[in-house]
Design a protein around this ligand. Structure first.
Ligand code: PMV
Length: 347
């Protein structure tokens, strides 16, 4: 292969309703548990990949700058997996852009590795099935396997490399569920998700969470199927707190001075309490949050403007600024035929 074809692909980040937390196999990102998510159509990563025999090393640009060392190493390792499957040695030129901040609890690695898996595998001349793509994306970042299929997605923990992949459980048009993502801080978290996963089993409550997950998964699957926000929302909130309880009571090896991992900021807890008050006052809204201070509010479209109004007055009252991204369930990763059109129409 001299200069290969440039392939561009995009993917939405996904929001876990049942979180993946902890590994059974760290190098393969085999998760300790099955998880469920929806793709967030209000944000995306776009990535283009060209394999080029003239390159001696991979050339990776991330948000218009050369990728910093850790990001570069992670992405070049992943490109190595694609080269291995394709049976090539050629290095690649990668250009990747996010429409939203990284490492703040907005799952940037999910859309990042999903888009890279799709663009990279096609640029290497591979034509992988959705299942194979999901397995490949998982090895970049576990949650990335859930950004490959459409809409509402389940990632079956599986037993080994080939049985651990994600599939759609409902299309994006299934339900008018809205997600309001409230980003309080653009500063990347200190303890990465990868480090958090590795620390999870050190929590004395890890086994209890694992034992409760089958019931939670059933409640969330049923809530999506029946479009029942009341039962879905309660299960999702409790599940998010259970995941943070594990983080807060686990000891990350790399940070011996930390008694636990706190992904929250003071505003996070203000908003969680406000959501419970709004619900008490009759507004059907629920929260969830990943490994970061960003809070994601779930409500149906019918009350979206009321929830947004309540949120804006809370932020004003507390004198706090936040970026707000509104999403609905989005499609799985897709190839961009005409990258210039894609940029202007905002899809
Ligand atoms: O894919 P990772 O390694 O960034 O882990 C994601 C972890 C959570 O976002 C907290 C949960 C999840 O299932 O997405």
């Amino acid at each position: 292969m001299n200069m290969g074809k440039k392939v561009s692909a995009a993917a939405h980040p996904n929001l876990a309703l049942v979180k993946y937390w902890g590994h059974r196999n760290t190098s393969l990102n085999l998760p300790a548990n099955t998880s469920i998510s929806l793709n967030l159509d209000g944000a995306k990563t776009e990535t283009s990949v060209t394999f080029d025999a003239a390159l001696e090393v991979d050339a990776i640009s991330f948000n218009s700058k050369p990728a910093e060392v850790k990001v570069y190493q992670r992405m070049t390792r992943f490109l190595g997996l694609i080269r291995e499957i394709a049976g090539i040695q050629t290095r690649a030129c990668v250009v990747t852009e996010n429409t939203f901040p990284e490492s703040v609890g907005f799952a940037s690695s999910s859309s990042g590795f999903a888009a890279l898996a799709l663009a990279g595998s096609k640029a290497a001349g591979l034509s992988l099935s959705d299942r194979q793509l999901s397995i490949l994306a998982r090895k970049g970042s576990g949650s990335a396997c859930r950004s490959i299929p459409n809409g509402y997605v389940e990632w079956s923990a599986g037993d080994d490399d080939t049985s651990s992949f994600a599939f759609s459980i409902a299309p994006e048009s299934h339900w008018n569920l809205a997600v309001i993502s409230v980003i309080f801080s653009q500063v990347p978290k200190v303890v990465t998700s990868q480090q958090g996963h590795e620390a999870a089993t050190s929590s004395p409550y890890f086994a209890a969470r694992q034992a409760s997950l089958p019931d939670t998964l059933t409640a969330v699957r049923d809530g999506i199927r029946l479009k029942d926000l009341t039962s879905l929302g309660m299960a999702v909130e409790r599940e998010a707190i259970s995941f943070h309880a594990i983080a807060m009571t686990s000891a990350p090896q790399q940070y011996p001075w930390m008694s636990g991992i706190y992904y929250w900021q003071p505003m996070t807890i203000h908003l969680l309490k406000a959501v419970q008050h709004w619900r008490h006052d009759g507004l059907p809204v629920y929260f969830t949050l990943d490994a970061g201070s960003t809070v994601h509010l779930l409500c149906e479209d019918a009350v979206l403007s009321d929830v947004r109004g309540g949120l804006l007055s809370l932020l004003k009252q507390l004198g706090v600024k936040a970026d707000i991204v509104i999403s609905h369930a989005g499609r799985g990763a897709w190839v961009i035929d005409n990258p210039d059109n894609e940029k202007t129409d905002g899809t």
